[in-house]
Each structure stands twice: as C-alpha cells, then as structure tokens.
Design a protein around this ligand. Structure first.
Ligand SMILES: Cc1cc2nc3c(=O)[nH]c(=O)nc-3n(C[C@H](O)[C@H](O)[C@H](O)COP(=O)(O)OP(=O)(O)OC[C@H]3O[C@@H](n4cnc5c(N)ncnc54)[C@H](O)[C@@H]3O)c2cc1C
Length: 396
C-alpha cells in the first residue's frame, strides 16, 4: 500500500512536485493545517520521502515553486521546506542530542514499567478517537499529516504520559520519511524540550476543526507536564566539508541520505565506479527500507547514465567492501554527499581510520544549500527565518 502512495523514483518525485506547484501559494497557506484523512486530496505536497532521501533537493523544490509564485505568495511553503533544513542544521551543531535520544530510547525500552500501554498505543487500542486511527494509519501507510503527527505526539506525551523517546522511536520505525533531525527535534518540540517551556497541547476543538469533524477525542490532557531532559551541549561549529580532487581517480558512493548525486557531482572521467548503498541498518523500519530499496535501483540507473561508469548496489555499507571496490577501481578517494548527523554519519566516522590506513580519502561534499543555511540554526526558528530571503537571493 505504501508504495502506491510514494512510488520510489525520481520521475515520480518530479511529477508530484509539478502537480503540487499551482497550489503552493494560497491553497497551501490556507489548507496546510487540515488533515482530510488518508487517500483524500489535501493541500500538502506529500514530498517528504523524496526530500528526506534527496531524490529531489530542497533547493530544487524551492526553485520550482518560486518560478511560479513570488516569495511572499509561497512564503508558507518555503518556510516549511526550511523547517527541515533548520532541524538538520540545529542537530548538526548538537550531535549529542541524537546520541542522548538513542540512549533514552534504549533505557526506556528496557525499564519503562508499563510495556502494555506502549503496545496498546502502537496498536491503536487506547480508545482515544483519532489517536488510534493515526497509529494504524502510520503503520499501514508510512505517512501522517504534520498536524496528525503533532496531535499524536502530544496525546502520547501529555494524555497517555508515555515516554517521548518511545513515541519518537515508534515514528522512526514506521515513517517512510523517518529522519533523525526532523523526527527527534519535532518530538522534543511537542514535549517542551526544544523551545524552553513551550509545549504543544492538542485540544478536542482544534482536532475536530482540522480533521473536518472526523475526530473529536474526549478527555485529553489540559495541562502539559514537561518530561525531564539532559543538558543540551553548546553548539559546535558545522564540521568542515571538503571538495574532491578531480585529478585523482574516485569511487562514487551514494547513500540513502542523498540519492541524487548527479546534481551534486559533475560527470568526470575520474569517477571510475559507483556504488549505491541501500543499507537497511541505516534505516529504522520496513516502510522506509522498502522505499529506499526501490529508490536505490532508480538511483543506480540514473547514476550509470550520468557518470558513465560501472554502477552497482551494495546491500550493506561495509568498510572492507568499500576498500576492495576502491582498490579494484584504482580509486584513491571515495566521494559522497555529506552525511548529516544520523546512522550513515555514524558509519562514516567508524570507517575513517581504516580508510586512512589504506590511503583512501573519504570526501563528504556538502550542498551549498546546507552550507549557507545550517550555520544560522544556532537559536530558534524565528531568527533563522529572517535570513531566508537574503540566502535564497545568494543561492539564486
Ligand atoms: C512529531 C513529528 C515528527 C516528525 N517526523 C518527521 C520525520 O521523521 N521526517 C520528516 O521528513 N518530517 C517529519 N516531521 C515534519 C512534518 O510533519 C513532515 O515533514 C510533513 O508532514 C511531511 O508531509 P508533506 O511532505 O506533505 O509536507 P508539506 O507541508 O507539503 O511540506 C513540504 C516539505 O517541507 C518539510 N516540512 C514540512 N513541515 C515540516 C516540519 N514541521 N518539520 C520539518 N520539515 C517539515 C518536509 O520536507 C515536507 O515534505 C515531523 C513532525 C512532527 C510534528
């Protein structure tokens, strides 16, 4: 069912973007908060899996929209795209928040005394109207409307009083667009951990209004008790990202963090071979894995055409395989899109010493969109938002 909603190809992504563009102005601004339910036409784009795996980039989506609408007219949509960029930049400067989330999730998995309450919530068996439907919708379709994600997280944390990290984990295991930054930081935001003291409390009226009266759950929490948090470390600078040496033979590595290398690297005779690593361990659930498996085959075809080099798919991202393949191709460097904080970056960090030993450089290249926007995610979204018009102008 999930693949019917999100066909995993770049052509499908482009078609969805093209179809959405006429409504990216007023229609989106007025309708984006309404969740009409699964399978119903809605004002949102449903581009998130394509953006998450960068089958289309934020820049490409923003540019296509701004060719048809002025920035003031499409402001809401551009801002939402940039929420994603903001979260990525924020986490990039505070990687310990991702580590702390994983530790908290594991701790709660082992020690939360009411495992049955978690099972019931995940199975949609709490008796709370709407919440139960969203739990099932998430598992079945791999997608939830943004407002439903907010209501669900709020009810999980404040009404059911379940650990936020286990709710975030449930989302990661089922969302097709599951993302370390957007998911963890949105759950923290709802819980009141992200913006000090600011929680998101779902109400019956708001749910009834924005589900077109489909749901009006009773008995929701009316006060928000903020869960405990660990100290968030001061932001580190965004790590340096190198450019590859075009004179030296290279192996191109494509990961689920960026399945669109043809818009990042120019074709070059130096690129001797390419590998698409559709590694399931870098993803959390079957919906995402199924999507990425198909999307990787699509990427392999594009890469082969664009770079005119032998292209293969790797089921696991393993450093010894990379070394063997690099040596076979005579490559001195492995070039890849910069991996933001998350499982691929964790693997790369482990690979580095071994690659160095073999004299192979791992070059992670960052897109100019991230390079320009990420350093501004030092504080809240509002100061970040003010920079948008200027940076968009610089990017062109
Ligand atoms: C608790 C919670 C968990 C979330 N987990 C994820 C996640 O794992 N992965 C993910 O991609 N998004 C996540 N989001 C953000 C948002 O809900 C989805 O990106 C959005 O619903 C996707 O639908 P769309 O493509 O139709 O969005 P549209 O409204 O059409 O927006 C266009 C694009 O902008 C970005 N975007 C929109 N809203 C947000 C937002 N609030 N935060 C960050 N980016 C946004 C997405 O890339 C989206 O595709 C989460 C939100 C909440 C409240």
């Amino acid at each position: 069912m999930m693949n019917d909603v999100f066909p995993a190809s770049r052509n499908a992504a482009r078609a969805r973007l093209a179809q959405f563009i006429p409504g990216a102005g007023q229609n989106y601004a007025f309708g984006r908060n309404t969740d009409p339910g699964p399978g119903q036409p809605s004002a949102v784009s449903k581009l998130s899996p394509y953006l998450r795996y960068r089958m289309i980039t934020e820049q490409e989506a923003a540019q296509a929209v701004l060719e048809q609408h002025s920035l003031p007219a499409a402001e809401k949509f551009i801002q939402e795209i940039l929420w994603r960029t903001y979260w990525k930049g924020w986490l990039e400067m505070r990687p310990s928040v991702w580590t702390q989330f994983q530790e908290e999730r594991d701790r709660q998995r082992d020690s939360f005394p009411n495992a049955r309450a978690i099972r019931n919530a995940e199975a949609g068996q709490t008796g709370i109207e709407g919440f139960d439907d969203w739990a099932r919708e998430l598992v079945e379709t791999g997608y939830l409307h943004n407002h439903a994600r907010m209501w669900f997280a709020s009810i999980w944390i404040f009404t059911l009083r379940l650990p936020w990290a286990l709710g975030a984990d449930f989302f990661l295991r089922h969302l097709v667009d599951a993302d370390a930054a957007s998911n963890t930081l949105s759950w923290r935001w709802v819980a009141g951990l992200q913006t000090a003291g600011k929680t998101y409390l779902a109400t019956t009226d708001n749910i009834a209004r924005y589900t077109n009266g489909r749901f009006a759950p009773k008995g929701l929490a009316t006060t928000a008790v903020i869960p405990p948090d660990l100290t968030v470390a001061n932001p580190r600078p965004i790590p340096f990202a190198a450019q590859w040496d075009r004179q030296k033979p290279a192996l191109l590595l494509v990961t689920p963090d960026d399945l669109n290398p043809e818009s990042l690297f120019a074709p070059s005779a130096s690129i001797k071979a390419a590998f698409i690593a559709a590694d399931a361990s870098t993803l959390w659930g079957d919906n995402a894995r199924g999507f990425v498996a198909t999307a990787s085959r699509d990427a392999a075809e594009r890469v082969n055409t664009a770079f005119q080099c032998p292209t293969d798919i790797l089921d696991t991202l393993n450093v010894e395989t990379l070394i063997t393949q690099a040596k076979q191709a005579g490559a001195e460097q492995i070039i890849t899109a910069y991996a933001p904080v998350g499982p691929v970056a964790d693997l790369f960090a482990k690979f580095s010493p071994r690659l160095e030993q073999e004299g192979i450089t791992l070059v992670q290249t960052r897109r100019s969109w991230d390079e320009k926007f990420w350093p501004h995610a030092t504080k809240g979204f509002f100061p970040f938002k003010e920079k948008i018009p200027k940076i968009l102008g610089e990017i062109g």
